[in-house]
Design a protein around this ligand. Structure first.
Ligand code: SAH
Length: 216
């Protein structure tokens, strides 16, 4: 089976799971019609790759539900010149989408085995503008700061302060903030030293473990 044999499934995924629920950003929809999500999940789950759910990727971690990926990406309002930071690389799927929309992406993962697989997935697709780093992402990645957009793809009790500090003026930060069981999808927009905070509905993510997230 070649990679495009599953394009019809992706088009249905975008139409029925994503556009139908209100995601309108054409750039996001186009990238998600193109990018082969099935290549980011382990072999046993590939058949289910275009269903409306998260899937296991090993080490107790998951690739997020396609609709949530689309919604978070839309909220980041990424321009082609933007530099983006993602915390929680997982499979690399979200990072690949960000890479197609932005100039460059740094993505941080705390589990080395997970990061290695993500690197392979990105390499296989020839995605060269996504840099994967293994460290505690709750501290951000000061070397590449400031970032025009920051996405946290694991749940956190509060937005880690270092991430706010690494956001550029005018930048957007999206994170699932709340308890271990249920979070609110929060967007912060930075204007100088002021941050406006919006709430975009209930979500459930695996925990962000680290210094400024959930304690290990
Ligand atoms: N964005 C991913 C899904 C992320 S799942 C995708 O597209 O597939 C959340 C990931 O965050 C997990 O892989 C987990 O290991 C990682 N994680 C948890 N705490 C972290 C931390 N402090 N720093 C970096 N990564 C972390």
């Amino acid at each position: 089976m070649n990679e495009d044999s599953r394009k019809p499934e992706r088009i249905r995924m975008v139409d029925y799971q994503i556009a139908a629920r209100g995601v309108r950003d054409e750039r996001v929809l186009t990238v998600m019609r193109e990018l082969p999500r099935h290549l980011f999940v382990p072999e046993p789950y590939r058949a289910a790759a275009y269903q409306d759910s998260p899937l296991p990727i090993g080490q107790g971690q998951t690739i997020s539900q396609p609709y949530i990926v689309a919604r978070m990406t839309e909220l980041l309002e990424i321009s082609p010149e933007d530099r983006v930071l993602e915390i929680g690389t997982g499979s690399g799927y979200q990072a690949a989408i960000l890479g197609r929309l932005a100039r460059e992406v740094v993505t941080i993962e705390r589990i080395p085995e997970v990061a290695d697989q993500a690197k392979k997935n990105l390499e296989h697709l020839g995605i060269l503008n996504v840099q994967v780093e293994v460290t505690d992402g709750t501290e951000g990645y000061p070397l590449g700061a400031p970032y025009n957009a920051i996405l946290v793809t694991a749940s956190t009790p509060e937005v880690p302060r270092p991430l706010m500090d690494q956001l550029a003026d005018g930048g957007r930060l999206v994170a699932p903030v709340g308890s271990r069981d249920l979070q609110d999808l929060v967007r912060l927009i930075r204007k100088g030293e002021q941050f406006t905070r919006e709430s975009h509905g209930g979500v459930v993510f695996v925990p962000l473990l680290g210094k400024y997230g959930w304690k290990l």
